[in-house]
Design a protein around this ligand. Structure first.
Ligand SMILES: Nc1nc2c(ncn2[C@@H]2O[C@H](COP(=O)(O)OP(=O)(O)OP(=O)(O)O)[C@@H](O)[C@H]2O)c(=O)[nH]1
Ligand SMILES: [Mg+2]
Ligand SMILES: [Zn+2]
Length: 308
């Protein structure tokens, strides 16, 4: 049988077969050794081959992983030598950010965007909890929106609390497989609950916000959209450590830098200390936003010289 992985806990999987049935599945032993650099050989969104193990108990076994169209991964927070595949076979990703409760840093947003660029997955930034915005937050939002729209990203504003912006958000999901990511407590599960009738994912209030998040959602899970398409809820991330990208190609994943790279004097320019650098010039001229350049420098500095 063939199917798609809808949920993965690491020890068991939920697979939706081509027959429309949902099966509980385990992994055949060989997968565990095949891909040692990844903490999870099978991820949500994977197309798999599976066979019945115990019909009475509806238990199946995943025997094959079919080729992935794409995937998003990051360095495993538990083990920097390993990668964790967040989800695969995606059409787009929504980064849920918040200005307040909790605050999402631009560094976090930029790391996520870089990863999406590297994997050629279109990203949309959604600022949720607009109901909490007062004058200051509104100003911050407007500034962020201007920065990211100028670079080419779509930016949406939503409030689950006040049911604002959800129709526009829903339209972007039609017919696509969408990954939802962001810090814990930004409202990822709440957004899915708001747009999907009959779904009631557990959410937790962040009233005693410690800045660390509650991590209410613990495993990635995919849901079918009634109009067609799928949406993947994921556990909140505290940090987003970029995997599989080397320092010298890093600037390719900032769209506003990519289009200027061939104007630098040196073709291996890192845009830090080199003379006649088109990127630094664009920053000074205000064509590349300073915050994006600071993110570039900060993330570059945090990247290991050669870890893989
Ligand atoms: N004020 C306000 N609160 C919201 C909004 N959306 C979600 N919340 C609240 O924020 C809290 C956290 O929401 P969740 O949906 O659990 O957040 P999450 O991103 O799924 O968090 P994890 O599962 O831990 O990653 C809940 O108390 C929600 O009711 C919003 O638009 N405005
Ligand atoms: Mg959640
Ligand atoms: Zn340069």
């Amino acid at each position: 049988m063939k199917g798609i992985v809808y949920k993965s806990t690491g020890s068991w999987y939920m697979v939706k077969g081509e027959d429309g049935h949902v099966y509980q599945a385990r992994l055949k032993g060989k997968f565990k050794i095949k891909d040692i650099t990844s903490t999870n050989p099978i991820a949500v969104g994977d197309d798999v081959g599976f066979e019945m193990e115990d019909e009475a108990e509806n238990r199946t076994m995943i025997t094959d992983l079919l080729p992935r169209r794409n995937y998003v991964n990051r360095i495993s927070p538990a083990n920097r030598r390993q990668h964790h595949i967040i989800a695969s076979n995606l059409d787009q990703s929504l980064l849920i950010a918040t200005i307040k409760e909790p605050r999402t840093s631009t560094g976090f947003i930029d790391r996520f965007l870089v990863t999406c660029e590297a994997f050629h997955i279109p990203a949309i930034i959604v600022f949720n909890k607009s109901d909490l915005h007062e004058e200051h937050e509104t100003a911050v939002y407007e500034e962020r929106k201007a920065i990211y729209e100028k670079v080419g990203y779509r930016v949406l504003l939503t409030s689950v609390e006040e049911e604002k912006g959800l129709d526009v958000l829903k339209e972007t999901l039609y017919g696509k497989t969408t990954l939802i990511s962001g810090h814990s407590g930004v409202g990822k599960s709440s957004i899915i609950n708001a747009i999907l009738e009959g779904v009631n994912i557990r959410t937790t209030e962040v009233s005693n916000w410690s800045g660390k998040g509650m991590h209410t959602t613990t495993f990635a899970e995919m849901y079918d959209l009634p109009e067609g398409g799928r949406i993947i809820d994921t556990p909140g991330m505290r940090e987003f450590a970029i995997a599989d990208i080397t320092k010298d190609e890093f600037s390719h994943f900032f769209p506003e830098m990519k289009l200027r790279l061939n104007q630098c004097q040196f073709n291996n320019c890192m845009h830090i200390n080199e003379p006649d650098c088109a990127i630094k010039k664009a920053v000074l001229d205000g064509e590349i936003h300073e915050d994006r350049y600071i993110s570039y420098c900060t993330i570059l500095d945090s990247m290991a010289d050669k870890e893989w």
